[in-house]
Design a protein around this ligand. Structure first.
Ligand code: G3H
Ligand code: 13P
Ligand code: ZN
Length: 320
């Protein structure tokens, strides 16, 4: 089965009122775990690749791994560039056949963000690709010291509903990533763990009132940083004190309020790490990678099955 277009997945998700899981991949084990989980749950899937993933694994390896996954599964799978930071990188991915790209101009002034997003949209639309833009500035690892210094999310610029309308109209972006207190990584909140869901509702309403229809929004930083996995990491020699994610109940409200694409990376990393640490601690003599990557992959699969079934509610919608 060839790739399914992101555009088609979005159209069905909007109609069916569920969210699409966009899971970040860097290696074979992650791809296998995610695809198998979605296959078993009959869930449509977006695999997303960051610039860092391309640098780590090599774009050709990732492309071939995804081709293998697509040929071995029945579910619809789209491939998306996560946080493209230049027109050139977006163009490269569009030329490679990605079904969607994100151009992240969120750190730029509004007019410059519109300019670069519009340029990517013009190229993408000529080449059968759709584009995610971002307005507002996420907090966390990407835009401040974040977890690298053990700090918590700070700063950030929340998306303004009227500016969201102006941005979408001027740039032509097909979907919009919004900043409502969300952030990347494992240390999202200190104290109260909540997204600004009222702001999300206001953004969705403003887009609707501006005749942009049921316009798809994207929630980055949607990892819930499951306590049981963090406890497991810490129990087996890790050090992730006070890691905090977005409560899954907030993600569910975000889904119902119009976040059609929900990005998850950190939870996959924690699940993988917990599995590896457990084997290393319980059996320090082990040195066959299959013996620790296998259980780690199984952890990721369990996590993804839970997300698509209980949080995103896209399970069972693969063949709608
Ligand atoms: O939003 C960022 C994603 O988690 C990708 O992270 O740039 O370390 O691959 P990365
Ligand atoms: P998390 O760090 O919460 O998993 O967010 C991932 C993400 O937004 C990728 O673009
Ligand atoms: Zn992101």
């Amino acid at each position: 089965m060839p790739l399914t277009h992101t555009r088609d997945l979005f159209a069905k998700a909007l109609k069916g009122k569920y969210a699409l899981g966009a899971f970040n991949v860097n290696n074979m084990e992650l791809i296998q775990a995610i695809v198998e989980a979605c296959e078993e749950e009959k869930a449509p899937l977006i695999l997303q690749i960051s610039k860092g993933a391309r640098q780590y694994a090599n774009p050709v390896y990732l492309k071939k791994l995804i081709e293998a996954a697509v040929s071995l599964s029945n579910i619809p799978i789209a491939v998306h560039l996560d946080h493209g930071d230049t027109f050139e990188l977006c163009k490269e991915c569009i030329d490679e056949g990605f079904t969607s790209v994100m151009i992240d101009g969120s750190h730029l002034p509004m007019d410059k963000n519109i300019e670069v997003t519009k340029k990517v949209v013009e190229y993408a639309h000529k080449h059968n690709c759709v584009v995610e833009g971002e307005l507002g500035k996420l907090v966390g690892a990407q835009h401040d010291d974040g977890e690298e210094t053990g700090g918590y999310s700070k700063g950030g610029v929340y998306t303004n509903p009227d500016e969201a309308v102006a941005f979408v109209k001027a740039s032509g972006a097909d979907s919009l990533a919004i900043a409502i207190g969300n952030s990347h990584g494992a240390y999202k909140f200190k104290g109260t763990q909540h997204l600004d869901l009222e702001r999300l509702k206001a953004i969705k309403k403003a887009l609707m009132d501006a005749n942009l229809g049921d316009y798809p929004l994207v929630l980055h930083g949607a990892s819930s940083v499951p306590k049981e996995l963090v406890d497991e990491v810490n129990k087996y020699g890790g050090k992730m004190p006070d890691a905090q994610g977005v409560p899954e109940s907030d993600i569910e409200v975000a889904r119902r309020t119009g976040c059609t694409k929900v990005n998850i990376d950190t939870d996959l990393r924690i699940a993988l790490t917990a599995g590896i640490r457990k084997v290393f601690t319980e059996n320090p003599k082990e040195f066959d990678p299959r013996k620790y990557l296998g259980p780690a992959r199984a952890n990721v699969k369990t996590l993804v099955r839970h997300k698509v079934k209980n949080v995103l509610c896209c399970a069972g919608h693969a063949f709608d």
